[in-house]
Design a binder for this molecule. Structure first.
Ligand SMILES: NC(=O)NCCC(=O)O
Ligand SMILES: [Zn+2]
Ligand SMILES: [Zn+2]
Length: 539
């Protein structure tokens, strides 16, 4: 079936990662000159190396080119974009989506979700089915979920479980991050198999959650070292677990037992310290690093400092920390307060401002949801003790709506930056680009037709999540997905609801050595040369 997204008469520019199109074409032409006498095989490799250089992510620099007033049709066939041109003649049997007055963008990529995740004695309530329904209703067409093994468990067994949980149950494409929750030879071997055979090329390390997921410093360094060899992007949940455990006791023993104790027990310095530690490990090993869910000014500052030292730090921010402050944890309604318990916790209003500023400045470049929803009953496990409230807040469906409303409509970020921070940046960082994150010929036909005039009010009455409470209840968003297209098929329509089936989503393996690794070999050489110089001085 062919689908055409028709923006022919649109007064709006077609925005999106048009850079993807130029990115392919420019280096390919150049590389042909460079490699005239080489075999085709070598020419291909050089072409892709040049592409790397041209599309490299540099914090603070936007790579999105906008073709202003460009009115184009986008023709999708067999799940991919096959033509972008003006006035493509429409043939019988083609399905036409009228995008007049709207923006055609690459579907959102949410690189941080927890679906059916075993955690704190229970499982998060949204699984691949309801979680990816949330995704497409919110304009997101790709999610990356964290496979969390038990401390003594096998990474490969966990992969098999995740494959079973997701296969035939996802409304949009998806991938997995590994998680290292213990360090030994078996874990190291399995990490290599995950990367080489299953395309799992990113891996999270927890500095928090003492007694369950937390790793010690030498384990983190050992894992980073292997990740570097394998081209796996190391990720970190940066909170100092020892300090958190201490402060939780202090707050609980002071008589504070409710959800308001949660933010009090994990203040910003604990996060900043862990960010400093993680970026220092990355500098030591000379590998890139991705810090998930940065929640406060101090964490963003630490990232900036490391970036200025030359460490390739990619900073993520999640919708909860951009939209809500810690006062929500003191709500007199216990259930509502508990729905806002996540880690790192909600912060002061000034921290929210600082996170927006860090996004504007390019210190933080990727947005996720950290979707990890629980029911009222699940959260009530911590009724007498905030330390037992399952940590997590929803956000897959709300992420793009909220960022458009508070970011674009408020004048904080441009529409092009919106596309970058909700889709293209994640595609680049997690080596999905330009298959994902781009409106370009050859890219997957995962698109969102965004209507800037469509109003949506976030509510638990209408959301796709199984959670009974939506912490963003009542938020009015001007600008919403009119249509979401998954693999060239109409997956969601704002009036008709979810139209996709739960077997449309496919697992997408990701190659190792994404663009974040581009500087690693050269820097290794520079480090070696510096060491040799120092040694020579002594000799
Ligand atoms: N963020 C959170 O509170 N729950 C999900 C697990 C994690 O990302 O730390
Ligand atoms: Zn985390
Ligand atoms: Zn998370």
């Amino acid at each position: 079936m062919k689908m055409i997204v028709d923006a022919e008469r649109s007064p709006w520019p077609r925005i999106g990662a048009v850079a993807g199109k130029f990115g392919w074409e420019a280096p390919a032409t150049k590389s042909k000159i460079v490699t005239k006498s080489c075999s085709d095989d070598l020419a291909m490799r050089i072409a892709s190396r040049l592409l790397f250089l041209l599309t490299e992510e540099i914090p603070g620099v936007s790579h999105i080119f906008v073709v202003e007033n460009h009115h184009s049709d986008v023709l999708c066939d067999n799940g991919v974009i096959v033509q972008i041109a003006e006035n493509i003649p429409i043939r019988d049997g083609w399905e036409v989506v009228d995008a007049q007055g709207m923006f055609v963008m690459p579907g959102g990529i949410d690189p941080h979700v927890h679906l059916d995740m075993p955690f704190m004695g229970t499982h998060s309530i949204d699984d691949f089915e309801s979680g990816t329904r949330c995704a497409i209703a919110g304009g997101t067409t790709h999610v990356i979920d964290f496979m969390i093994p038990p401390r003594t468990g096998s990474l490969l067994e966990t992969y098999r479980q995740w494959a079973e949980k997701s296969q035939g149950k996802a409304y949009c494409d998806y991938g997995f991050h590994a998680c290292v929750t213990a360090w030994n030879d078996k874990v190291a071997k399995e990490l290599a198999v995950l990367a080489r055979e299953h395309g799992v090329t990113s891996c999270k390390h927890f500095l928090a959650y003492k007694g369950s997921l937390m790793l010690a410093a030498p384990e983190v360094i050992a894992s980073f070292t292997l990740c570097k060899q394998l081209g796996i992007l190391p990720m970190v949940h940066a909170e100092d677990g020892e300090m958190v455990a201490h402060q939780q006791r202090v707050i609980f023993e002071s008589g504070i037992h409710g959800p308001e104790g949660h933010p009090l027990s994990r203040p910003p310095p604990m996060e900043a310290l862990a960010v400093r530690m993680s970026t220092s490990f990355a500098e030591l090993v000379n590998c890139p690093i991705y810090i998930v869910h940065n929640s406060c000014r101090e964490a963003a500052l630490e990232i900036r400092i490391a970036q200025e030292r030359g460490v390739r730090v990619i900073g993520e921010v999640i919708v909860a920390h951009l939209m809500r402050d810690r006062s929500a944890c003191s709500d007199p309604d216990w259930d509502l307060a508990a729905a806002h318990v996540l880690s790192p916790p909600l912060r002061a209003p000034e921290d929210m401002q600082a996170l927006w500023a860090a996004l504007q400045a390019g210190t933080l470049t990727v947005t996720g949801s950290d979707h990890c929803a629980f029911t009222r009953a699940q959260k009530r496990a911590g009724k007498e003790d905030f330390r037992l409230i399952p940590n997590g807040m929803l956000g897959i469906e709300e992420r793009m709506l909220a960022i458009w409303e508070r970011g674009v409509n408020s004048g904080r970020i441009s529409r092009e930056e919106f596309v970058n921070m909700t889709s293209t940046a994640a595609a680049r960082v997690f080596n999905l680009y330009p298959r994902k994150g781009a409106v370009a010929v050859g890219s997957d036909a995962d698109l969102v037709v965004w209507d800037p005039a469509l109003e949506r009010v976030i509510s638990a009455r209408t959301h796709q999540s199984r959670a009974e409470i939506n912490p963003l209840e009542g938020t009015r968003c001007l600008g919403a997905p009119s249509v979401t297209i998954v693999g060239g098929r109409l997956a969601y329509h704002h009036l008709r609801g979810v139209l996709a089936r739960p077997d449309w989503g496919r697992y997408v393996p990701r190659p190792a050595f994404g663009s974040a690794f581009s500087l690693v070999p050269r820097r290794d050489t520079v480090i070696q040369e510096e060491r040799a110089r120092m040694a020579a001085l002594r000799a």
